[in-house]
Ligand binder design. Structure first.
Ligand SMILES: CC(C)(COP(=O)(O)OP(=O)(O)OC[C@H]1O[C@@H](n2cnc3c(N)ncnc32)[C@H](O)[C@@H]1OP(=O)(O)O)[C@@H](O)C(=O)NCCC(=O)NCCS
Length: 121
């Protein structure tokens, strides 16, 4: 995961990010931010839950709290992306009410196909 989570996200977006702990251990996190350039948009960069804690509603709880945080700042849409191979992420975002785009080729440069998620708040 470190490839997609450079330190700048932790240093500069912690006030709009969330962690979940159990027995003083990190078991889930959401890294998100309120877009500084698009005033209606909130963006979720990364979410992950410890495999031992999945399918218990933890990511739903993290998303619900982030939605509240975004609404409090008058954001009207939440966006995210994933790779087309990440079927788990696509299933999760669908369950969370996101629309799922067709794959976009070259989203992050040559050879990077991504699907885009979007959900109105
Ligand atoms: C995707 C991920 C964050 C989901 O976390 P989770 O805590 O297990 O999800 P929840 O238990 O909160 O599930 C919320 C909803 O998504 C659905 N969902 C979650 N994972 C699913 C899966 N693998 N298949 C189908 N549906 C799934 C649940 O059924 C649930 O729907 P419901 O509330 O209507 O019953 C977790 O699988 C993960 O960490 N994956 C690896 C990291 C990753 O791929 N992150 C996304 C990068 S964009």
């Amino acid at each position: 995961m470190t490839a997609g989570l450079s330190r700048l996200f932790l240093d500069h977006f912690f006030s709009s990010s969330l962690i979940a702990e159990a027995n003083d251990r990190l078991v889930g996190f959401l890294v998100g931010f309120l877009s500084p350039s698009q005033p209606t948009v909130a963006y979720i960069h990364y979410v992950a839950v410890d495999p031992d804690f999945r399918a218990k509603g933890l990511a739903r709880e993290l998303y619900t709290r982030f939605f509240d945080l975004a609404r409090a700042d008058a954001r009207t849409v939440v966006q995210a992306i994933t790779s087309p191979q990440n079927h788990r992420s696509i299933a999760f975002h669908t369950a969370m009410g996101f629309t799922v785009s067709d794959p976009y080729e070259n989203h992050d440069g040559p050879g990077t196909t991504r699907v885009r998620f979007s959900r109105l708040l």
